[in-house]
Design a binder for this molecule. Sequence first.
Ligand code: CTP
Ligand code: MG
Length: 221
Amino acid sequence: MSVWAILVAAGRGERLGTDQPKAFAKLGEMPLLAEPLRRLDESEWIDAVVLVAPPGWEEPAILLAEELGCSKVRACVPGGETRAASVRAGVDEVPDDAAVVLVHDAARPLLPDEVVERVIAPLAEGWDGAVPGLRVSDTVKRVGADGGVVETVARDGLWTVQTPQAFVADALRRAVGGGGEATDCAGLVEAQGGRVKVVPGDPRLLKVTTADDLARIASWL
Ligand code: CTP
Ligand code: MG
């Protein structure tokens, strides 16, 4: 059973506000991309990696993979306008005989290998996908444009979800082939009627969105 990972790193990083794309912002001495790429390459659960780079940054992404001594990178392709388009570009590089595809955000550099194991395991039990999640602990309110509270949402059963997200390869192919947009891949699979399980995530999988996030993650390294 071969497991392919797609590392999506093609975003611009507008909220981070650096000159280069977010994947090439510095985390310590290295570009942010180095950390998740090395971790996926070293994971015993992953057989091959497809790197989705910011358009025009494929060359530096390949050089970085070489510098890190990565041995599993099979393709490096430019991403699209949206995250879903970037995932689609990555899925196109995955061969037909791949059994499982795992999609991970380069913007979540601190990928624990236990989480990779946790999201792959449910696929052997008949689930179409599995995603890491954290139970919502704060009170959740829907707020209108004027700042007024519209409603307080019942918190039971609410989780925030992260990446890596693992899928039966055919389920993900069908989902991205639909051409829809969703904020995560699981949303596309759910829209096609796929069954997706939530497994325990990890607070270290914080996504770098702002400069504060980058500083916090650097302090955890
Ligand atoms: N991503 C991508 N292609 C896009 C948009 C996003 O590959 N067109 C990737 C990002 O590189 C990131 C992940 O999807 O690893 C999550 O996206 P996000 O955190 O929103 O990153 P950016 O889109 O780069 O940031 P921003 O929204 O602030 O511009
Ligand atoms: Mg974005």
